[in-house]
Design a protein around this ligand. Structure first.
Ligand code: IMP
Length: 428
């Protein structure tokens, strides 16, 4: 059955947007299943350069339907802004549908995210400040607002006073902040309803019918496995499940729908925000890679922390997701580096370990054990045929494959759609 998940194998920012735009040539649906506009997917193709936060990365292909699933939380203002942006670049937004069950990120969620980060002080998670955690919190607490409720404003108007009253208790009594004005919230909701209503509908049958027809459906991961609320480096994680399970619950799919699960890995590692990062390069080399690679957040502009490829974390990620292929991105960034380190194990309290410790306190104490590979001279940038890769670059990819125990399907050698080497099909 032909649903293919494309999932971040690290801490997000692996280049999933570019890969999904490339693969979507053969898809009839591209569906986001988790996260919100904390994501930033960069896509560069003949139509221009895009940074998608909520809109699925298949939108540049006219034959695709682009689904925002029930597992996503939607900031209506952010969504409307993105729609205007793609329209200004000549892309038809009518291919986008939002599940009526996706929850809304309300303005008070954004405020609460920021207040809670301030309250955490030195223990701040370094969230994107987009209200993602508080929106999921309300979903689980059963006090969230689903986007389908915009289609029935009468019922929503009945629910809102109680919701706002409780939010104001939290804002004023816990955070000592100003209360929100219910009239302002009403006004926002009234503005959103006509702008969004044409996008909102149930999506489960749409996706299921495509799969039953044998059409290809790409399940677009956001963030990465190590930011997963259950399987990531808790509490320094996001509030959803970027791992493969999230694709099932976030779209209403059964496991037999899957044709494959591909893990996207950068040729090195990055992380934005706080939390353990065993292979982090804090010195001059890290700074150099950050600048060469332009490692600054697509959503917040924050400098990303940079480090060597972490094979222990990568193996863990491959296991919790069941990757049957990996996709290596940004290989060109390591061009002309004399030698490249890859973390193959950790040292924890004097002992060598090969399992990823899921406890962040333990992970903080882990020291990377590296294997050093010779670098390669010459450039991999823009190469489209594996035979043209420098021998050292090929050896590097093979090393990562054997470390993770998964074959590589694609190597990305630049940000543009065509700067791609296909080794084996991800979609078959
Ligand atoms: P939140 O998702 O905004 O709550 O942020 C929680 C953590 O996830 C922070 O460390 C963020 O930097 C990180 N995060 C959220 N979205 C992304 C992303 O798309 N790429 C990389 N890190 C992210």
């Amino acid at each position: 059955m032909p649903a293919y998940a494309v999932i971040g194998g690290q801490w997000g920012d692996e280049g999933k947007g570019k890969i999904i735009d490339y693969l979507a040539a053969d898809a009839s649906i591209v569906a986001r299943y988790s996260g919100g506009n904390n994501a930033g997917h960069t896509v560069i193709n003949d139509l221009g350069e895009f940074k998608f936060h909520l809109i699925p990365s298949g939108v540049c292909w006219p034959q695709t339907i682009n689904v925002i699933g029930n597992g996503v939380v939607v900031d209506p203002d952010g969504f409307i802004e993105e729609i205007r942006d793609i329209e200004s670049k000549g892309i038809d937004p009518s291919t986008i549908v939002i599940s009526d069950r996706a929850h809304i990120v309300m303005p008070y969620h954004v405020r609460l995210d920021q207040l809670e980060e301030e309250r955490r002080g030195k223990d701040a998670i370094g969230t994107t400040g987009r209200g993602i955690g508080p929106a999921y919190l309300d979903k689980v607490a059963r006090s969230g607002i689903r986007i389908g409720e915009l289609l029935d404003m009468e019922d929503l108007a009945l629910r809102l006073p109680d919701i706002i009253e409780r939010k104001n208790e939290v804002l004023t009594k816990i955070y000592g902040a100003d209360p929100i004005d219910i009239e302002d919230i009403y006004a926002r909701v009234r503005e959103w309803a006509p702008e969004l209503s044409s996008f909102i509908r149930p999506v489960e049958d749409l996706v299921a019918a495509a799969i039953e027809n044998g059409e290809n459906v790409i399940l677009e991961g956001a963030q990465g496995a190590l930011l997963d609320i259950d399987h990531g480096t808790y509490p320094y994680v996001t509030s959803s499940n970027p791992t493969v399970g999230g694709a099932l619950t976030g779209l209403g799919l059964g496991p037999r729908a899957f044709g494959g699960v591909a893990g996207v890995f950068k040729a090195y590692c990055t992380r934005v925000g706080a939390g353990p990062f065993p292979t982090e390069l804090t010195g001059e080399l890290g700074e150099r890679i950050r600048n060469i690679a332009g490692e600054f957040g697509a959503t917040t502009g924050r400098p990303r922390r940079v480090g060597w490829f972490d094979g222990v974390a990568g193996r863990y990620s491959a296991r919790v997701n069941g990757f049957d292929s990996i996709i290596i991105t940004r290989l060109d960034i390591l061009d002309n580096v004399d030698s490249v380190n890859v973390c193959v194990a950790y040292e924890l309290d004097g002992e060598r370990i090969e399992q990823f410790p899921i406890d962040s306190v333990l992970l903080e104490r882990c020291k990377p054990i590296y294997e050093t590979l010779e670098g390669w001279s010459g450039t991999t940038a823009g190469i489209t045929d594996a035979d043209d890769l420098p021998a050292g670059a090929r050896r590097y990819v093979e090393f990562l494959e054997s470390l993770l125990g998964v074959e590589a399907a694609i190597i990305s050698t630049g940000p543009r759609r065509e700067e791609t080497i296909t080794l084996k099909p991800v979609i078959s």
